[in-house]
Structures are given as structure tokens and as C-alpha cells.
Design a protein around this ligand. Structure first.
Ligand code: FEO
Ligand code: CA
Ligand code: CA
Ligand code: CA
Length: 753
């Protein structure tokens, strides 16, 4: 192998950071002070967590004045309704087994894995690297997922509990070097140029699938020949919608008027809109593109260079898979984003191609004839999930989102249109999306040391944006395409990798996973390292075997309570619901949430409240605690912002004076309010979560089992780090496969009870 053809040593492709703008100073953090105490005063009682049966109350009506005497009836004994206690299962222990472990009384079944055919004509998956036709198969690296009910009439149904469509993100594919080695017979080609036939398989494995699932004979299964089954790959045509549509920044050889782009890429978290469509976040898309070593000069060092750098593409950057090398066809050429053509507007090359990636994509799960739309008003960054705030008729909608790279930001979109309850069951899902998601305001979060925070609008009219020295924004579309740069301009708070977010249905508070950050350092040096701050307050050393993990290797879950204006509030309060930690870690510095061995976790990622039970499900994508346990899922019954206490951390520094950081930690969980529910197979991430409306079937994804396998060992199954799901009896071949599983309770009860 020629050294030029080598890609850098394997790193977690999710763990990247490009934000080296100057860190804000503590005095800045304090500038917009809102009284935490005042905002918290009058908070409601703890969110209801236990579902109580209704008690029969006999009517003792009647007015004492006039009344004919009623006949005497014997007293009716009160009706005793069994009370379902949530989190009554026995916590699952940490596990290194190559298996999915769930509590006693529950069953986990594999229903939909990488390569499974999506129509009757596509052959069964052989799983030996010879399969083709991935446009008609389940994609790879199942990630975020949503359930869309189907009635017996084959139409959308919000009450169907036995039949539905799963919208599944297929984020990526397992690679050690360039090739996605589990899907090629010999592991594939790492050198350039790569064979077109390998590239065609890999591009088809990315994107989204919609697949019908049903309960038949008491068991869940996917429906191979359903007419609803559909793939969106990274070559499927999608519409740009909202302010960036038609903008000069979106002009490419493929779309001279800047209105469309092929495909969606690196789809991670998901969401379900209040009108019942599927939304999907495009996350680490920039790594798939290459740019020539002298491209800055080719561009005349214009402002696009600053944009490309801020989104992770320095000149000379090589692409993750080398897809640009497949040949002269435009479907390969589009992965090279250098300025290669002579045009002044980019209509003869793909210099602007990346401006079409990095959005929230909206799709109609029920209608495969409708092109998915990229909702550009929500900004362009490394999107995870999109969580809708509590709905209030006559008020705008809020959509909460995070940008998952080290030191990136948390965002809120507020719709221009106000909510009309009639839109909950619209005749046209994407037209409803046009109404709510194409016109609104985008805000970025700034967290203050007193437990308050503010939303700062990213508007071209903001003087800090208009006059920003780092980038000359032309218009609002430019602000949205370069939301990271706009966030830099207004001094947003750099976070420990914002992953998923979810809204607590009990009180509307918004929970954000901050998965980890290796760049938190008490003695921060260089532009990319940050000192701990109140909202990202920990920097410590964790041992993984004998190797030191520094920064905030275990992550935390932050939550936000909006001010009185709700969706449109510009001020909020916050605290940290849970700090990830090993149960044995120092209680005064690391294990600030006092997690026990039944509760301890590292690197929270997937996060979602169950609409039926109110349980918060926490899923991990970890590399710090994996010497002790595989990744996991926990169930929690949280309280509310402000139910805990202020904690003051003091860090010795090399400069002399200690660094003092105040933070706010939520009430420590008890054995009844946080429990480990599931542990996954070796080298897998637990991600994606949705359920049937009755809460009795919970679907989750096992992503990239066996990803630690070396490509060189592709021919020796004894050297695979995982054999799941074949070791659980699913499918042909022994190569590990990402898959959807369904969890049911053996007594037919709700999941988490
Ligand atoms: Fe795809 Fe940020 O996880
Ligand atoms: Ca450790
Ligand atoms: Ca994720
Ligand atoms: Ca992952």
C-alpha cells in the first residue's frame, strides 16, 4: 500500500471537532444574568412517574334541600385496579457477553438486519460479502428510528399497536481503512482508485429505510414484500426546502438552480413531527468528501475556504471511503468538492456540494413517490435528533437540536407559523412540513454560570453576525448554511458533544445528551481545548485498563426549562440531570450523581422519553467503560430542573490559582428512578428507540457489533470480535450485522414496568 493511499489510523468517526474559535471568558458567561431562583420559584411538583389506576368513587350527589328519598342501595366495594409500577424490573448487570441482555420477564427478538431484502424479488442475504442490490435491502449501521402506525386499511393510524412502518436511519458502514469490509467478499479494496462495484454497494448502504413491521402469531416480524418498503440512499434525489433553496451557495453541476441534491448522508438521530412525518439528522457527512491539496488557491482564497474549514474540510482532506475514485460517472465525481470548473458560480463542478448536506431531512413514511425535503431553516451542522417542544395551540413550535462535534452548540428553531391542532392529522405531511419548518427563527444556546441561559437568534441583522471578522455572511441563507460560524460570532457556549435531545412529556423540559469531550482540560492549551465551565463542568482522568482517558470521558445529560414564554422564550434555566460515571469514581468530583453499580454508565447518546410511560430511555455509544461493560440502555424517571443542588468544583491549576466552577446537579437517582435495562453485544452501540402507542413493543437498534474486528481477519470468523446476530440464531453467515430488535414483556405488559 502506497502511504498516500492510507487513511489515518482508525478513530471514532463520531468524535471529531473543528471548533477552535476563541473560548468565551467567564465574565462573558455572566453577562446576561437571569435570576435562577426567580425562574425556578413556583415550579410544579415532581413529574408524575407512576401510573396510578383510577379509583372508583361512588357518586354521592344530591342537594340537601329538596329530595324524595332514594331507595337504599347496598354499598359497592371499591374497584381495585392493579397499579403498574414503572421500573419494577430487576436491573441488568454490566456485561461483556456477545449478546443482548434484558431483565428477567422480558424478551428481545431480532427482526430486521443489514442486508435483509425489502421486496420479494431480492434474494435472501447470504452474508458472505457476495450480496449485491443494496438499494433493495436494509442499509447498514441502523441508528435513529421512529414508529408510524398502519391501520388495517393500510392508512396512517396513530392507534395501531400491531402494524406499522419503521423509519430507520442507516448512519454508516464499518470500516477500518477505506473499505466497508464486512460487505465485500475479501474485505474490499483500501487503495485508490477503488472498484466502482464496491463503491456502489457502500453508497447504497447509507441513508434511510422505511420497512413495514407487524405482529403475526404473537411475534413481531418485518414484512419483506410490503409495498411501503422504501430506501433513500446517498444517491436518491432530495429537495432543498426553506431559505437555502435556490441560493447561490447551493448551485452545483447537478442542480444549476440550487434546488436539489442527491441523497442524505450519515443519518444519525431522528424525530417524529407533530403531524406524523419522519425527520432525520445528517451528522458526520463532511468526512465523505475530498478536496484537492491546492484548492484554497483555486478558490482564490475566497470566503468558502473559511466555511469549508469550519465544517472539517481543509484542503488536502481525504475522504472516508474514496468514493470519488470510482470513475468518470458524475455519481463518483460529486464526492470531490474542489473547485475544478471554470464557472464563476459552481454550476460546472461540485465545489458547493457540501452545502447541500448537514440538514434535518423530512420524509413522508407512507408515500414513497414524494421526494424527501431538507429543512434548511433549521440550520446546517452535524445534526442528531430533532425534538419538538410541547404543543400549544396558537403558539409557534419549538424544535430542539444539537451539533455533535467536540465544542459545538445546542440550537432551537421556532416556527413562524403557530400550531393548529387540525394539522395533527393532515392530508399532506410534507406540505404541513413546508408550513412549519421552512420559515422561522434559529437560535443558539448560551449557558451562564448561575444556572440560567439564553437563546441568541442567528439573524443576518444581528450586528455581531453582520460584522463578524471570521466570515462575511451575505444573507440569511448564508447564516443557516454556516450556522457554526454564526454561533461563533455570537459567542454561543461550546458543549461536550451534543447528541440526542428529547422533551419530557410531563413538563416540557428538554434533555440533551452530551456524550463526552476529550478536549476539556483544566490547563487548557491551544485553541481547541476548553477549560471546564458550569454547563460542562468536569475534567478528570478515567482509567480504561491502564490507558488514561482525559477530559470528560463519561459525558452528562443536561436539561433545560424554558422561561414563561415557552417555545418562544429567550431565557431558560438548566441543570444536569445525570453525570455519567463509574460507580466507584470519586463522588465529589466525578460521580456527582451518586450512581450505583446498577445505574452507572458512560457516554450517553440516544435519548428519548416514552410517550406512553414517561420513562426516559438513555442509550450509550461508549469507548471509555467498555473494558468493563458493553454499551447499554437505562430507564429513568426524572424529576425536574432545580430538584437537586449546586455543586462547587475546585480544580488545582498549573498557573497557581485554582479554577472554580459552580454547576447544578439534579437530584441523585434512587434505585427506583434509574436502572440499567439492557446491555448489547461486543463492540456495538445501542441507539434508536420507538414504541407502539400502547408501550408494549419497544424497538431499538444494535449498531455496528464487531466493529473492532480487523479487516485482515475477514476470512477467519474465529477472530471476529462479535458474531451477533448469527450467534442468536438470526440469518445466514457469521459476519456481524447491525439490526433492529423488538423488546416485549412476557406478561404482555408495558416496557419498563
Ligand atoms: Fe452518530 Fe453523534 O452519533
Ligand atoms: Ca475506567
Ligand atoms: Ca448518536
Ligand atoms: Ca457509533
Amino acid at each position: 500500500m502506497n502511504s498516500k493511499d492510507r487513511v489515518p489510523a482508525a478513530i471514532d468517526p463520531d468524535d471529531i471537532g473543528y471548533n477552535d474559535t476563541p473560548n468565551e471568558h467567564f465574565s462573558d458567561i455572566l453577562d446576561k444574568r437571569v435570576s435562577r431562583r426567580n425562574l425556578l420559584r413556583g415550579g410544579a411538583a415532581s413529574a408524575a412517574s407512576v401510573m396510578l389506576g383510577s379509583l372508583g368513587l361512588s357518586a354521592c350527589g344530591g342537594d340537601s334541600t329538596a329530595a324524595p328519598v332514594a331507595p337504599v342501595v347496598p354499598p359497592v366495594p371499591p374497584v381495585v385496579v392493579p397499579v403498574e409500577k414503572l421500573l419494577s424490573f430487576t436491573a441488568v448487570g454490566k456485561s461483556l457477553a456477545d449478546a443482548v441482555v434484558v431483565p428477567a420477564g422480558y424478551t428481545a427478538s431480532i427482526i430486521y438486519a443489514l442486508g435483509d431484502p425489502l421486496n420479494a424479488a431480492t434474494p435472501a442475504y447470504k452474508n458472505d460479502g457476495t450480496d449485491t442490490d443494496f438499494e433493495n435491502r436494509a442499509g447498514d449501521h441502523h441508528d435513529g428510528m421512529e414508529f408510524f402506525g398502519l391501520g388495517a386499511d393500510g392508512k396512517a393510524s396513530s392507534s395501531s399497536v400491531g402494524r406499522g412502518l419503521l423509519g430507520v436511519n442507516h448512519e454508516a458502514t464499518t470500516n477500518e481503512s477505506r473499505a466497508s469490509f464486512f460487505i465485500h467478499a475479501n474485505g474490499g479494496t483500501n487503495t485508490l482508485p477503488r472498484p466502482a462495484a464496491e463503491i456502489d454497494k457502500e453508497t447504497a448502504l447509507h441513508g434511510v429505510s422505511f420497512v413495514e413491521v407487524r405482529k403475526a402469531g404473537g411475534k413481531w416480524e418485518y414484512v419483506k414484500d410490503s409495498s411501503f418498503n422504501r430506501r433513500i440512499t446517498c444517491l436518491t434525489e432530495c429537495e432543498l426546502s426553506g431559505p437555502v433553496r435556490g441560493n447561490a451557495l447551493a448551485v452545483t453541476k447537478y442542480s444549476g438552480n440550487g434546488t436539489k441534491i442527491r441523497g442524505t448522508l450519515n443519518n444519525c438521530g431522528t424525530g417524529k413531527t407533530p403531524w406524523g412525518s419522519f425527520v432525520s439528522g445528517e451528522e458526520n457527512w463532511s468526512g465523505y468528501f475530498t478536496r484537492g491539496a491546492a484548492d484554497d488557491a483555486a478558490r482564490g482564497n475566497d470566503k468558502s475556504v473559511a466555511s469549508l474549514k469550519r465544517y472539517g474540510r481543509n484542503q488536502g482532506a481525504s475522504s472516508r471511503h474514496g468514493w470519488e475514485s470510482g470513475g468518470a460517472d458524475d455519481k463518483y465525481a460529486r464526492w470531490n468538492i474542489g473547485k475544478l470548473g471554470a464557472s464563476s458560480n459552481g454550476s460546472d463542478d461540485y465545489r458547493n456540494e457540501m452545502n447541500g448536506m448537514g440538514y434535518i431531512l423530512e420524509a413522508d413514511p407512507y408515500n414513497k413517490t414524494k421526494a424527501a425535503k431538507k429543512r434548511t431553516a433549521l440550520g446546517r451542522y452535524a445534526h442528531e435528533s430533532a425534538a419538538f417542544g410541547k404543543l400549544v395551540a396558537g403558539q409557534p413550535l419549538a424544535v430542539y437540536m444539537g451539533d455533535d462535534s467536540r465544542n459545538e452548540y445546542i440550537y432551537k428553531y421556532v416556527s413562524g407559523a403557530v400550531w393548529n391542532a387540525a394539522d395533527a392529522t393532515p392530508s399532506d405531511l410534507l406540505a404541513t412540513g413546508d408550513k412549519y419548518l421552512d420559515s422561522g427563527k434559529l437560535y443558539v444556546a448560551k449557558f451562564a454560570a448561575d444556572g440560567s441561559g439564553s437563546w441568541i437568534e442567528l439573524a443576518i441583522g444581528n450586528p455581531k453576525i453582520a460584522a463578524y471578522a471570521g466570515y462575511a455572511f451575505a444573507d440569511q441563507a448564508d447564516v443557516l448554511v454556516n450556522a457554526r460560524l454564526a454561533g461563533d460570532a455570537v459567542g454561543a457556549t461550546k458543549m461536550d458533544r451534543p447528541e440526542w435531545c428529547s422533551v419530557n412529556p410531563a413538563n416540557g423540559e428538554v434533555y440533551f445528551s452530551l456524550t463526552n469531550n476529550s478536549n476539556r482540560n483544566v490547563n487548557a492549551s491551544g485553541s481547541s481545548q476548553l477549560v471546564p465551565d458550569s454547563a460542562n463542568p468536569r475534567a478528570y482522568t478515567d482509567l480504561k485498563g491502564s490507558s488514561e482517558q482525559k477530559g470528560n470521558p463519561n459525558g452528562h445529560i443536561l436539561r433545560v426549562k424554558e422561561g414563561a414564554a415557552g417555545a418562544t422564550a429567550l431565557a431558560f434555566t438548566w441543570d444536569v440531570y445525570l453525570f455519567g460515571a463509574e460507580s466507584g469514581a470519586a463522588a465529589d468530583k466525578v460521580n456527582l450523581s451518586s450512581l450505583t453499580s446498577d445505574q452507572d454508565f458512560s457516554s450517553p447518546d440516544g435519548l428519548a422519553f416514552s410517550p406512553s410511560t414517561g420513562i426516559i430511555w438513555i442509550q450509550t455509544d461508549d469507548g471509555a467503560y467498555t473494558d468493563v461493560t458493553n454499551c447499554m440502555m437505562l430507564a429513568g424517571l426524572p424529576g425536574q430542573v432545580g430538584d437537586g443542588k449546586k455543586v462547587s468544583l475546585s480544580y488545582p491549576t498549573t498557573a497557581g490559582a485554582p479554577l472554580l466552577v459552580d454547576t447544578y446537579v439534579g437530584k441523585a437517582p434512587s434505585a427506583d428512578t434509574l436502572k440499567r435495562f439492557l446491555v448489547g453485544p461486543v463492540d456495538s452501540e445501542i441507539t434508536g428507540i420507538c414504541e407502539t402507542p400502547d408501550g408494549k413493543a419497544l424497538f431499538i437498534n444494535i449498531q455496528h457489533p464487531g466493529e473492532g474486528t480487523s479487516q485482515a481477519n475477514i476470512g477467519d470468523t474465529t477472530k471476529y470480535s462479535s458474531l451477533w446476530p448469527s450467534n442468536a440464531g438470526y440469518g445466514a453467515g457469521k459476519r456481524p450485522r447491525s439490526a433492529t430488535i423488538v423488546i416485549t414483556k412476557n406478561d404482555g405488559g408495558r416496557i419498563g414496568s
